[in-house]
Design a protein around this ligand. Structure first.
Ligand code: BGC
Length: 754
């Protein structure tokens, strides 16, 4: 965006949507407004409205306003004080568009608060698309009950770099996992009669210089990686809108990229919805319109001009942009509104059951926290142990990532006033204190030190049976971390505490992978991500073994920056939190270094071991795999196997199926998985259908998907590097046109227990 954005709450007052339920239902079926007849298809209804619209109304719909008062913007009376707004067109029975961020909950209006889901990475780590749906439905319902009908959710950019400041909004490094998790989250949101976006299309995989950076990549490699994640998510969740991103791809701004918007999205993927811009991502009128942009967002505040007003009208007048393109924009927007029930079920103020919603956030964190280390079975804790709780504001709450997606609890910010004071702050904590939840479970003494004084914290630890150190890394939209180092003195704190008490457990509240120089000095490490509205309770339940840690890493965890495709991010950092940017930001980032081999595929290609591989995560019990068989049935590649719980506790496992395509230099790909809960000694016989979309390569020359003939290696993994069971199947060559790719595996995992 062109202006710095302060997303602090400034709610002038809540207004009901200008068009109420009565307005929508009023003449349903009547001839005056036949598009209000819900028996017609969304396409028919959109076409009918379009015919009745004036040019002025059409232009109103294709450019929204900023919905808030920041950056000198004078908020329209009907706006709700959030990201975007477009007034109702009462004459036609069309409600105002009220747009709110984001994928982890309703970001604004902050003064009313909302329930925060944990990081998107936590949801992804659950490997549970049904849980992602529940989370989406929960935040969608809160948004609808606050009066919003468009949710700026669905972060699907791949994690190509663990230092990217927005990783916590995304779903990891794998296209299938990201596609299914984000797709289901979108479906959940839209089940509540809202339009959800999917964003940021595409390759917005770094925040440094995000409004100018060009992501350079071979188009075929993009189709097999970042674009495949979007393709699968769109196919799964049918988002009503796609948000084009700030960055450029191969030097072209994404919101004016004919290849990305017209060719890939609208032609090849047959996308029927609309493309809206990110806030400040539009740079032209005719070029963007002809490339496929359908709606300019908040141009009056964030773009150099409202391109989709006078400049676009002028382009239509001269014939540079045909009227049919304007009509197509409008039809697409209307179609999505009808298809998702926005018009038939208008969003309006309604009570919210925050207690029930918090449970959804809790379940997500409990399913998505990843146990990275547990030496000598230090965890789970026993209630008889005395505990020293240290650091991370664990006496007050749990951390939230920053920027437009930050959600504040209805009970307020548990630790107000921490830097940065301005955008991308505020730094928000959910008032769910791990300390209180530990106190509830421990019968032994529980003491607390804030960790500011390292020696005092070590002393406290020396006098307790176990020490639990909470460490944190605040990340946010608009900047990347310059390195993997934990901020401040936290490494020294952990090292000192571990020296004083070898029974030290570290709980990470962070954006993702960080260096852990003290790893082998501590007994256990729990990756809690940003833990969400009930994070403190969920963490305590995991530490005390009330539930089994079932999260598996949705990304690879490097040992050091040198293992990454690009060891440095020039210009990364944020001075206001003590990380002054070093060097000048680059104009281009070369993603051809790894191409489609993102994350675990990169490590395999280079023959290097990350600290923890993709798919890794410990449990309090042990699982073994046996009876692996692979075969082809009705053209589908199937693997069946038995999973047995060999330990003495109930637990959850995520057996993962990887395939390696024939040909030299191929790396393995996740093609399916199961998530199964087993009692001690119990077995389950499982069957995974390999997703055919992952069994083909994109042939850029012929613009088609191609499955090479030959032997496909199938491996059953505890992670992307540890296998127990493998086989091979022979497949004949096959090709699919780019606009008719192989279809996804329905019922990807089948289970029977004995
Ligand atoms: C972000 C988007 C967000 C928009 C509206 C932008 O800064 O990149 O993700 O939806 O603001 O707040």
């Amino acid at each position: 965006m062109t202006l710095p954005k302060n997303h602090a709450a400034y709610v002038i007052g809540m207004a009901l949507l200008a068009c109420s339920a009565a307005c929508a239902a009023g003449s349903a079926g009547g001839t005056a407004r036949p598009w209000l007849d819900p028996r017609l298809s969304a396409d028919q209804r959109a076409t009918l409205v379009l015919k009745a619209m004036t040019q002025r109304e059409k232009f109103q719909l294709i450019s929204t306003q900023f919905g808030d008062t920041e950056n000198g913007h004078i908020m329209s009376p009907g706006a709700l004080g959030s990201a975007g707004y477009d007034p109702a067109i009462k004459r036609l029975g069309l409600p105002a568009l009220q747009e709110s961020d984001a994928g982890l909950g309703v970001a604004k209006p902050l003064r009313l608060g909302a329930t925060a889901l944990p990081s998107g990475l936590a949801t992804a780590a659950s490997f549970d698309p049904a849980l992602a749906y529940d989370g989406g439905a929960m935040i969608g319902s809160e948004a609808h009950r606050r009066g919003f009908n468009v949710m700026l959710a669905g972060g699907a950019d791949l994690v190509r770099d663990p230092r990217n400041g927005r990783n916590f909004e995304y779903a990891g490094e794998d296209p299938l996992l990201t596609g299914l998790i984000v797709g289901k989250a979108i479906a959940g949101i839209q089940s509540q009669h809202l339009v959800s976006t999917i964003k940021h299309y595409a390759l917005n995989d770094l925040e440094t210089a995000r409004t100018t950076l060009s992501a350079d990549i071979d188009p075929g490699a993009a189709r097999e990686s970042d674009l495949l994640a979007f393709e699968i998510a769109i196919d799964t969740g049918h988002p009503g809108a796609v948000m084009c991103s700030y960055n450029r791809v191969n030097s072209v701004y994404t919101c004016e990229d004919d290849w990305l918007l017209n060719k890939v999205l609208k032609h090849d993927w047959h996308y029927p919805g609309y493309v809206m811009s990110d806030w400040g991502a539009v740079h032209s009128a005719a070029k963007a319109a002809l490339a496929g942009l359908d709606q300019e967002s908040a141009g009056e505040t964030f773009d150099k001009a409202v391109y989709f007003d006078q400049p676009l009208r002028a382009a239509v007048a001269t014939g540079q942009v045909p009227q049919s393109r304007i009509d197509d924009m409008v039809r697409r927007i209307l179609r999505s509104l009808f298809a998702n029930g926005v018009i038939d079920h208008p969003a309006q103020q309604a009570p919210i059951d925050f207690a029930a919603d918090k449970k959804v956030a809790q379940r997500t964190e409990e399913a998505g926290a990843v146990l990275l280390r547990n030496a000598a079975a230090l965890l789970p804790l026993s209630s008889s142990q005395s505990v020293a709780v240290i650091g991370g504001h664990a006496d007050k709450g749990v951390l939230t990532g920053g920027g437009s997606s930050a959600v504040q609890s209805p009970e307020g910010n548990a630790v107000p006033g921490l830097p940065p004071a301005a955008w991308p702050g505020p730094r928000i904590y959910q008032p769910s204190a791990p300390l209180a939840a530990i106190v509830q479970r421990a019968h032994g003494k529980v003491s607390y030190a804030d960790g500011e004084n390292v020696a005092a914290a070590a002393q406290l630890a020396a006098h307790a049976d176990v020490a639990v150190v909470f460490v944190e890394q605040w990340a946010a939209e608009s900047f990347d971390s310059p390195d993997l180092t934990l901020p401040g003195d936290q490494d020294a704190l952990v090292a000192a505490v571990a020296k004083a008490n070898p029974h030290t457990i570290v709980v990470l509240e962070n954006n993702g992978p960080v260096a852990m120089p003290w790893l082998h000095q501590v007994g256990a490490v729990l990756e809690a991500w940003y833990p969400g509205a009930a994070g403190g309770k969920a963490i305590a339940r995991l530490l005390y073994g009330e539930i089994d840690p079932a999260g598996r890493l949705p990304l690879s965890w490097p040992r050091i920056e040198a293992q990454l495709p690009r060891p440095q991010i020039p210009g990364a950092g944020l001075a206001s939190i003590g990380l002054p940017p070093q060097g000048q930001p680059a104009e281009h980032v070369d993603y051809d270094i790894e191409g489609a081999d993102v994350g675990y595929r990169w490590y395999q290609r280079k023959g290097i071991q990350p600290l923890f591989p993709f798919g890794y995560g410990l449990s309090y019990t042990r699982f073994s795999y046996s009876d692996f068989q692979s075969r082809i049935e009705h053209g589908r590649v199937l693997a069946s196997f038995t999973v047995t719980n060999r330990g003495s506790r109930k637990g959850v496992d995520v057996p993962q199926l990887y395939a390696t395509l024939p040909g030299s230099g191929k790396t393995r790909r996740l093609v399916g998985w199961c998530r199964v809960s087993l009692k001690p000694g119990q077995s389950a016989h499982l069957q995974v259908v390999a997703d055919p979309r992952l069994l083909a390569d994109f042939d850029g020359t012929n613009q088609r998907w191609q499955r090479p003939a030959g032997s496909y290696l199938l491996q059953l993994g505890h992670s992307a590097t540890l296998f127990q069971g493998q086989g091979a199947v022979m497949l004949p060559q096959a090709t699919w046109p780019a606009d008719a790719p192989p279809t996804g595996a329905s019922q990807a995992c089948l289970a029977s227990r004995n």
